[in-house]
Design a protein around this ligand. Sequence first.
Ligand code: NAP
Length: 282
Amino acid sequence: MSALSRAFVMGHPIAHSRSPLLHGYWLKKMGIEGTYERLDIAPDRLNAFFSDYRETGWVGGNVTVPHKSAVIPYLDRIDSNARALGAVNTIWWDDGQLIGGNTDGIGFMDNLDELAPGWDSGARNSVIIGAGGAARAAVHGVLGRGLSVSLCNRTQSKAQALAEYFDGDVRAHSLDELPGLLEDADLLVNTTSLGMVGQPPLDIDLAPLKPTATVYDIVYVPLETPLIIEAKAKGHPVVGGLGMLLHQGVPGFSHWFGQTPTVSVELRNLLTDDIVAKSPSA
Ligand code: NAP
């Protein structure tokens, strides 16, 4: 008799999460007897959630805003990615121990490698805009490939704090310094929420950017942000944010359900259709 394996995504709010669509697709596609459930856990219920966690039978789950750092004290151990990012987005069991990992950096890089293969051959410098949680994953991933990082943010003190957090070739700058920085960049990444539906676009001049530079926007609603549309029109290799969401889910799924899923065209189309259907102009 096989027990149903139950995984979750927990956050507050959580109704908007597309992770159930992603993991539900893989469960069905791979014929696995399991579930992936949304859990709305307010911060004042986090303690209660973990107090009987061992008895609830969860195989694990995803953790999202606002709990990514708050869950750490409840875990037996966190992996090197979670340590590097100071945040956990995936929880699983390993030999009776509750482990926390962070797959955002993996998702960020796997998406870049899939959609812009060879992007890093000869690449030396990157410009990353933003200094929030997503920027952290991007900086970690890009530094891991040996590129320098120029980190630009509206609030420069946050860029400074993030640059100091990492051991590596990462420097903080203001957004005003972008034109000079873009001249030397092989990779430009937007990790701010600008360009997202309901937000103003990221207003930067791409003219100084080398024609070969890859432009990556981690925002995926809309699927093509104004930044991606402009970069594409100028002939840059471009990478949208949807694949980051898809790829970051792979390690968690394989920890919970014991099989490694793939990021297929069919899966991309499923999520694309959902995003288009829920867009304000649809
Ligand atoms: P966050 O921690 O709240 O950081 C937001 C960042 O955006 C900060 O750097 C902030 O600058 C900047 N920002 C916001 N409004 C701005 C404005 N009007 N002008 C200039 N800068 C502005 O958020 P996050 O978790 O990093 O997420 C950022 C974006 O990435 C969101 O759109 C999210 O949906 C997307 N994301 C995508 C994926 C994916 O899988 N593709 C994963 C994670 C996040 P200040 O520091 O100056 O406030």
